[in-house]
Design a protein around this ligand. Structure first.
Ligand code: GLY
Ligand code: MN
Ligand code: MN
Length: 366
């Protein structure tokens, strides 16, 4: 973990004497805490990590996760039992380190005010862009975990056709998908599973309801696994029985768009150019303008991991070790949608596919 901490400091444009990663309560827990300390288990609500330029890490935490903290590699642990001992430990850990970087993007306002009051003589600055950049390029250990998370989702993708039953609700299918991931070793869904039957598929982030599956419906199923804290993200779109003819045609355009994106992914290409490659295919079809989101995002300790993405605004260049989703879609209000989403890691020669479930059009027998 020392390497990760050192790298964050190396990437800073304006140096600081220390970085403080301060958690609030769920869901306001900064995954940078786990990234920098290497803690394998535990929430670490209300805990703080103090990082220093030589890779030093001090974890200040309570009794709930003290054991986990002690098993973190390279970290000094200070166990606290009150807000007063937290304040004292922070002051001690930051003695002589006046300029302190904070991860503004993840810090709650209340915690920021607490830090200001506790450390009145320190100067705070925002190091969140640097933290996002550091987390975007994964090391070997992170890629291995993402590979396994993706492997779980691919296995489940193969099982989904067998789960479909006439009359089942979107909510039932979502829980079956999550159950299957759990059986394969996922620690939980990496986000709330999306199951959208028929016209619901036109909304990319649809939340499942009690709507029942009927013959002739299309569906979009978007879900992800967590393996050792790392998140995969996968979407498959199926038809149940024989849907209207355009379902197959839409699916084929989305497949072609995804393929066009894969063909340009390599180090040095901008995220915007990868997005454009897919968008052009869709815009050359009958469904021009129906691709309504960015092509992909960074994955890692969070499913939307910040940092570099694949969208018209992504000017940053791809680098070896970036892990991204590639998820073109076509959304037709009143009809439904098709999205195909896979996870990749950028390699020296292009990319490695992390998800490997079949992507072709499939009409599941109703
Ligand atoms: N699961 C939301 C997304 O694909 O980004
Ligand atoms: Mn995604
Ligand atoms: Mn997704």
């Amino acid at each position: 973990m020392k390497d990760r901490v050192r790298r964050i400091f190396r990437l800073l444009k304006s140096p600081v004497d220390a970085i403080v990663v301060a958690n609030s309560t769920e869901p306001h827990v900064d995954m940078t805490f786990a990234y920098a300390t290497g803690v394998e288990s535990g929430l670490f609500e209300g805990s703080v990590a103090v990082l220093t330029p030589n890779g030093g890490t001090t974890i200040i935490t309570g009794a709930l996760e003290a054991e986990s903290a002690r098993s973190a590699p390279d970290a000094e642990v200070i166990e606290i039992d009150s807000m007063d001992s937290l304040r004292k430990s922070l002051g001690k850990s930051l003695r002589g380190r006046k300029s302190v970087g904070l991860n503004y993007r993840e810090l709650t306002h209340a915690t920021y005010l607490f830090l200001k009051k506790t450390l009145p003589d320190h100067r705070f600055s925002d190091v969140s862009p640097t933290i996002a950049t550091a987390r975007t390029v994964k090391d070997k250990e992170e890629i291995a975990r993402l590979r396994e998370a993706a492997h779980i989702t691919s296995k489940v993708a193969r099982e989904i056709p067998g789960m479909l039953r006439s009359g089942m609700t979107e909510l039932e299918l979502a829980s079956e998908v999550e159950y299957h991931m759990g059986r394969l070793g996922s620690a939980g869904p990496s986000f709330k599973t999306i199951v959208a039957f028929g016209p619901h598929g036109a909304e990319p982030h649809f939340e499942p309801t009690r709507t029942k599956l009927k013959k002739g419906m299309t569906m979009v199923i978007d879900y992800g696994a967590i393996y050792q804290r790392y998140c995969s993200d996968c979407t498959r779109s199926f038809a149940f029985g024989h849907p209207p003819k355009q379902a197959r045609a839409i699916h084929e355009v989305v497949e072609a768009a995804q393929q066009a994106a894969f063909e340009v992914i390599r180090p040095g290409v901008s995220g915007a150019d990868v997005h454009k490659a897919a968008e052009q295919v869709i815009n050359a079809s009958k469904w021009k303008g129906r691709f309504i989101h960015g092509l992909g995002h960074s994955i890692g300790l969070a499913v939307h991991d910040g940092g570099v993405g694949l969208s018209p605004r992504s000017k940053e260049k791809l680098e070896v070790g970036m892990c991204l989703t590639v998820e073109p879609g076509i959304y037709v209000p009143g009809f439904g949608g098709v999205r195909i989403e896979d996870d990749i890691v950028v390699t020296k020669d292009g990319y490695e596919m992390l998800t490997d479930a079949p992507r072709g059009y499939l009409e599941v027998k109703g």
